[in-house]
Design a binder for this molecule. Structure first.
Ligand SMILES: NC(=O)c1ccc[n+]([C@@H]2O[C@H](COP(=O)([O-])OP(=O)(O)OC[C@H]3O[C@@H](n4cnc5c(N)ncnc54)[C@H](O)[C@@H]3O)[C@@H](O)[C@H]2O)c1
Length: 313
């Protein structure tokens, strides 16, 4: 069945991929994005063009922190809302906690309120592994304590709770997907894999924060999109959070070795003090998503990095 679907943040990395896939599947898509200049607006316009050319897609330049705009856009003709708009990025949240709070918490609340009034079938909320923060045990299952170590993590956790409460208190179906560091074509230029690749292609030195032994679960964009698509017409996840990761982790040092090998780069590696707010280790337990939506991450880090480098180069 064809649905009318709002994708907030659809000019961004993940949102543009979700919008593109949904449009190719025949749905009517409305992208809502304010083209925030946190990173290159040119890149966002390029993402947007790809989405706009993939089917029945329109773009509305609007700010999710404006409740009235959200009420106008998310009207009774809308079936689903994919909520990807956010101030992403841990480091910027350490510098300025107000902006992520405003966009990620107040903005999410506006999207939820408008969706409730419009009686949409479901809101699928982009959350983050940053909600876990301090590690009690690994891998993180969804019952792991949530003690974020950055203002960004706090804002994503608050947004998740609003999603759950809108389901439990008001009956609006919502699901939050906790993405574990997502990478792939169109990825944000402020993320490590993007920065390393750009420098390695130019054989310039790269900087690692900390000793490089910190580990990350990196998730390829196609697996993230697939998980999102599976949530259409799915009721078993209502009111829940699901981890969306690869289920594997790699240290930053090993990531660099792999990338250098793929690129055949001669970049030197320099180490400096670790950054405040950065998580030490992340690793997902995806068994809940496997059970409820048959989520099967399929792209290994080696394969995913090769695909990313090909696109980037
Ligand atoms: N990329 C990752 O590794 C990752 C990991 C965990 C969670 N997430 C979450 O996934 C979602 C998408 O992340 P991304 O990496 O694609 O980020 P992105 O920055 O590429 O995309 C976010 C989009 O939201 C838009 N936006 C920002 N403020 C807005 C506002 N006030 N009104 C309307 N639009 C606004 C931006 O212009 C941007 O196009 C975010 O919610 C992020 O927190 C991402």
């Amino acid at each position: 069945m064809i649905s009318k679907i709002i994708v907030t943040g659809g000019a961004g990395f993940i949102g543009s991929h979700i919008a593109e896939k949904l449009a190719k599947d025949g749905h009517e898509i409305v992208i809502v994005d304010n083209l925030d200049p946190y990173y290159s607006v040119e890149l966002k316009k390029r993402n947007l063009d790809i989405a706009l050319n993939s089917g029945d897609v329109t773009f509305v330049n609007a700010d999710i922190t404006h409740l009235e705009s959200m009420k106008q856009i998310i009207d009774s003709t809308v079936d689903y809302v994919y909520h990807e708009a956010a101030q992403a990025g841990v480091r910027i949240s350490v510098e300025d906690p107000f902006k992520p709070n405003n966009i990620n918490v107040v903005g999410t609340l506006n999207v939820l309120k408008a969706s409730l009034e419009a009686d949409v079938k479901k809101v699928i909320n982009a959350s983050s592994s940053s909600v876990y923060g301090k590690v009690s045990y690994l891998p993180f299952d969804e019952k792991h304590p949530t003690e974020p170590v950055s203002p960004y993590g706090v804002s994503k956790l608050a947004a998740e709770h609003y999603c759950r409460v809108f389901y439990e208190v008001y009956g609006l179906p919502t699901t939050s997907l906790r993405y574990f560091t997502v990478y792939g074509p169109r990825m944000r230029p402020d993320l490590a894999i993007s920065i390393f690749t750009k420098k390695m292609l130019a054989n310039e030195p790269i900087t690692v924060y900390g000793d490089g032994e910190q580990t990350r679960d990196f998730t390829y964009i196609d697996d993230v999109v697939e998980a999102n698509i599976k949530l259409l017409n799915c009721k078993v996840t209502d009111g829940k959070v699901l981890n969306i990761g690869s289920g594997n982790r790699i240290s930053v040092n090993d990531l660099i070795i792999t990338l250098k090998y793929i690129i055949e780069s001669k970049s030197a590696v320099e180490y400096t003090v670790s950054q405040k707010g950065d998580a030490e280790n992340t690793l997902s337990d995806v068994s809940r998503a496997q059970k409820l939506i048959q989520y099967e991450p399929s792209i290994s880090i080696e394969k995913g990095l090769k695909k990313f480098v090909e696109w980037f180069a």
